[in-house]
Design a protein around this ligand. Structure first.
Ligand code: 8DG
Length: 129
């Protein structure tokens, strides 16, 4: 099982950051919550802060966890563990994604999400509606 973390980054208006995976990468063109694989010896929150610095050049304060999602593809099995978080430093720059977008919760459902992220979108919508 591949352990992956992702961040639902919230701004002051309660919008959340959606990120589109660049073409040529796995799941290219699909939207995701930013994050990545937990490395050996890392705590999930620590992995999330490292990944968000690598991918978006920001420091975050990690908050409440949401329900993890187990997703099985043809060759992969991942557990995606989401956390609410807020930017605490740095300037947002998309380093690995080809587009990033602050979305109100009402706008999330219309994006084409990576499969493991979709249930997290649904949980976030339910919490906000
Ligand atoms: N967020 C997300 N990640 C997924 C899904 N399905 C799936 O296999 N993954 C995998 C792809 C990556 O191996 C990993 C996400 O971590 P990452 O984005 O840091 O991956 P990476 O930099 O190693 O990217 P890559 O080399 O796999 O393209 O989870 C999904 O539906 N959503």
């Amino acid at each position: 099982m591949l352990e992956v973390v992702c961040g639902l980054m919230l701004d002051a208006d309660g919008r959340v950051l959606a990120c589109r995976r660049a073409p040529g990468r796995s799941m290219g063109g699909f939207w995701e919550f930013p994050g990545g694989k937990i490395e050996i010896g890392e705590a999930p929150e620590q992995a999330l802060r490292r990944e968000l610095m690598e991918e978006l050049a920001v420091d975050v304060k990690v908050g409440e966890p949401l329900e993890p999602v187990v997703w099985e593809g043809d060759t992969t099995r991942i557990r995606l563990s989401p956390f609410l978080c807020r930017i605490s430093g740095g300037t947002l720059v998309p380093i690995e994604h080809d587009e990033i977008r602050w979305c109100a919760w009402t706008e999330l459902a219309d994006l084409e999400w990576a499969p493991a992220d979709r249930p997290i979108v649904n949980e976030f919508i339910t919490r906000n509606s």
